[in-house]
Ligand binder design. Sequence first.
Ligand SMILES: Cc1ncc(COP(=O)(O)O)c(C=O)c1O
Length: 467
Amino acid sequence: MSEEYLFHRQPKEVPLIETKHRRIRTMIPVPESMEIIERSVKYEPWSMNHQLYAVWDKAVDYQVFDRWGNIWIDFSSGIFVTNTGHGNPAMVEAIREMIDKPLLNSYYYFLEQRSLLSEQLVKMSPKHMDKVFLLTTGAESTECAMKLCRIRGRKKNPDKVGMLAFSGAFHGKTLGAQTMSGKPAAQAWIGRPDPYIYHLPCPTDPFRDMDQIYDEEAGRQKFQEDIENLQKQGVDPDTIAGAIFEPYQGWAALFYPIGYIKALREFLTERGALLVSDEVQAGFGRTGKLFGYEYYGVDVDLICCGKAVSGALPLSAVLGNREILDVDGSLNSTHGGSPLPVTSALANLKYLEAEHLVEKAKEKEKILKEKFSELKDRFPDRVVSIHGMGMAYAAIVVKPGTRELDVELVDRIIERAFEKGLMSIRTMTGTIKVGPPLTIPEDALIEGMDIVIESMGEIIAEQDGRA
Ligand SMILES: Cc1ncc(COP(=O)(O)O)c(C=O)c1O
C-alpha cells in the first residue's frame, strides 16, 4: 500500500446541505454504506479503493446519487466518459432496445449498429480518414496505434520501429501503453522497457501559465533541441516510425507548445513516420473542439479514442486511413465492437452533435477560466499556474515558495468539497482538475467551482491554524 493521504473512512458529522444542485443529508461516509465499502476494501486491490467514499446508486446528467438521499455535482464525468451526461436518455433507450431483443454479444460477426457506428465515426473524423477499428479500452487503442506505426515503418526499413512519446504523458497501463507513458515510477514494474520508445522531455513548463504555448518560434526551437539531443544519444531519426501525444497531458490539462507539435509533424512527414493523437481523454468535445489536436493546426495520421466515444460503456477506437488500417490481419478482438457499447456510442455521438455540445463546451469554458483565475487570485502562493481548454481545466498547487506539488493539500481539498456535495477528480499529483459533463448547467458549474474555492480556503485556514 502506498503512503498516500488516506481519506476519512470513519463516518463523521458534516454540515447538512440542500441547494438546487446538491444535497448532503447524512454523515459522510454514510454509516449504512460502510458494509459495501468494507467489502470492496476486503476483496479488491487497494488501488480500487482509494477514491472518495461514496457508493454510487445512480447518476443522471451532471449529478451522482447515493441510496441515502445524498446528491453530488459531478466534476469528473466518471473520469471523462460521460461528456453527454450520465444516464443519457437517448443512450439508455438505444441500449434497452438491444437488451430487449436480446443481443448482448456478437464477436465480430456483422452487426448493423456496428456498421452504423463505424460510418458515424468516419464521418466525424478528418477527411483523409476512412476506416475505424473498434476495441474496448483506451490502452488497447494506444497499443494498437503503436503496432500500426511499426508495421508501416518496418515495410520501409526493418529498423524503423522507434516511437517518440513524452515524459509526463499517459497512454494506459498495459505493457506498450505504459511504456509509452512518461511516468518513470509507474513504469518501474516493466524492468526492461522497450529500448525503441524514446521520451522527449515535456516541452511545457507546468509552473508557468498557458501563454507559453503560443510562442511558436520558441516551440519549434525546443523541438529542434530535443531531436538533436536524441541524435546525440545515437538515435537515427530515419528509424522513427511514429510519435504519440495527448492534446493535453491529463494530470494538469497541460497543452503543448503549438510550434513544437507543428515541428514534430514536419519532422515525421519528412521521414514517412506517423503522428498519433491520443484523444482518449481529450476527444469528443472535452476541449471545446471535437478532437483536441485541432488546436495545433496539424493533420494527424491516427486518432485513438476511448472514454467519451461511447459515453458510458467500454469502447475504444482507432481512426485512420485504409492504407494504415488494412495492413494487418490481426485487427479484431473478442469484445471489440460488442453490441451494447456500440449501441451506446452511436446514440451518444448523435446526441453530442444534435445538442451542439462541442460548441457549448467552448462557451462554458469562460466560466472555468474566470473561476480558476479567482482561485489563483485568492491563493497566489499556492496556485502557481492554470491550464486547460473547454471543459478540462487544472490548477497546479505547490507548497508556498517552492516548485513542490502539494499532493496532500489537494487531496484534502477534494475531500472537503466532497463533504459539501462535489464529486471531483483525484489526480494524486497536486493538481485541482475538473472535467464536468458538457451538459452541466451554468449555475451548477459556478456552484461547483465555488465549492472548490471555499474548500481550499477552509483547508488552508485549518492548516495555518495548526501551524
Ligand atoms: C490520454 C489517455 N490515454 C489512454 C488512457 C487509457 O484508457 P483506459 O483506462 O480506458 O485503458 C487514458 C485513461 O485515463 C488516457 O487519459
